[in-house]
Design a protein around this ligand. Structure first.
Ligand SMILES: Nc1nc2c(c(=O)[nH]1)N[C@@H](CN(C=O)c1ccc(C(=O)N[C@@H](CCC(=O)O)C(=O)O)cc1)CN2
Ligand SMILES: [Mg+2]
Length: 286
């Protein structure tokens, strides 16, 4: 039987509608409107599209946007000075520094300069550490969205064999920790994993964030598995495609997320959710 589709776009829309209601209620109760500072350095066309989409989503959800577009030649000190200003600005509850940054800027230094109390992307080592110890505050948006997508299927995470393919700091590692926190038995695979297809075939939950087009083929998937595809690759023809070979895998899996229309829209919805939650904490409402 063909897999059921996990429609990230529709799920993200539901989240955004809920957040619009929550921001309106927050404003009514406390006079606080959630605020997100967006910082984009340079001319990367994809980054401009992502930031524009995030800003539009914020506006529809009643989140104030403080937009900063800086030239590619911006120095690290100039960027740090802007972040310091936003850290101190009471109208701002979340700070987004769009990645990638230009090569002359050290992303690690920049992400650590964002106040952990305004870290809407969940990239600060403090927030990563909170996740490691099992008491997360801000959680990274992409893995947080993946968890909501699994939950939307109704398949319980507890007790499941979960395999995460990819070990990046912003997706694979935090996702593995979020699954562990929900009592899955978690394996992380990477480029040095021996017999990776065999490990993937054990997965009841298969979460793929390796950054290689159509890397996961049908022979790597257990029948009935929940398969979530975090990849955003371009085919030689310039078409967007995920890390999973969608058609053949969808004939075998129980649930599958598409690209586009899967994890991407949920990443944006989770950024909004983190910003609204941060504003609520400021208002003493959580
Ligand atoms: N500061 C951050 N930088 C980056 C992040 C991030 O979470 N925080 N993630 C990616 C880019 N990204 C968000 O910034 C992102 C990428 C893709 C999508 C998305 O919705 N994609 C659509 C397809 C869009 C298309 O047609 O090209 C989809 O999957 O349906 C949202 C957000 C790196 N940088
Ligand atoms: Mg992302």
């Amino acid at each position: 039987m063909a897999a059921r589709l996990i429609d990230g776009k529709a799920l993200a829309q539901q989240v955004r509608e809920r957040l619009a209601t929550e921001s309106a209620e927050l404003f009514e109760k406390s006079g606080i409107r959630p605020g997100l500072a967006t910082i984009l350095v340079g001319d990367d066309p994809a980054s401009h599209v992502y930031v524009k989409n995030k800003q539009k989503a914020c506006e529809l959800a009643g989140i104030y946007v403080d937009d900063h577009k800086l030239p590619a030649a911006t120095t690290q000190s100039e960027l740090l000075a802007l972040i310091e200003k936003k850290n101190a600005d009471p109208k701002i509850h979340g700070i987004l520094v769009q990645l990638p940054l230009p090569k002359h800027i050290d992303s690690k230094v920049i992400l650590e300069a964002v106040s952990p109390l305004k870290d809407a992307d969940g990239f600060h080592p403090y927030n990563f550490g909170r996740l490691v110890e099992g008491h997360p505050v801000f959680e990274a948006c992409t893995p947080k969205g993946v968890i909501k997508m699994i939950e939307s299927t109704g398949v319980p995470i507890e007790g499941k064999r979960a395999v995460v393919v990819g070990r990046s700091n912003i997706v694979g590692k935090p996702l593995a920790l979020m699954l562990l926190q929900r009592n899955a038995t978690v394996t992380i695979c990477h480029s040095k994993t021996k017999d990776l297809p065999a490990v993937c075939r054990e997965a009841e939950l298969l979460l793929v964030a390796i950054g290689k087009a159509k890397f996961v083929t049908a022979d790597m998937v257990r029948e009935g598995a929940v398969v979530i595809d975090v990849g955003t690759n371009k085919t030689p023809e310039g078409k967007l495609c995920g890390d999973v070979d969608f058609e053949p895998v969808s004939r075998l899996a129980g649930w599958i997320s598409p690209v586009p229309g899967g994890v991407g829209p949920m990443t944006i919805a989770m950024l909004l959710e983190n910003t609204v939650e941060s504003a609520k904490r400021t208002a003493g409402l959580t």
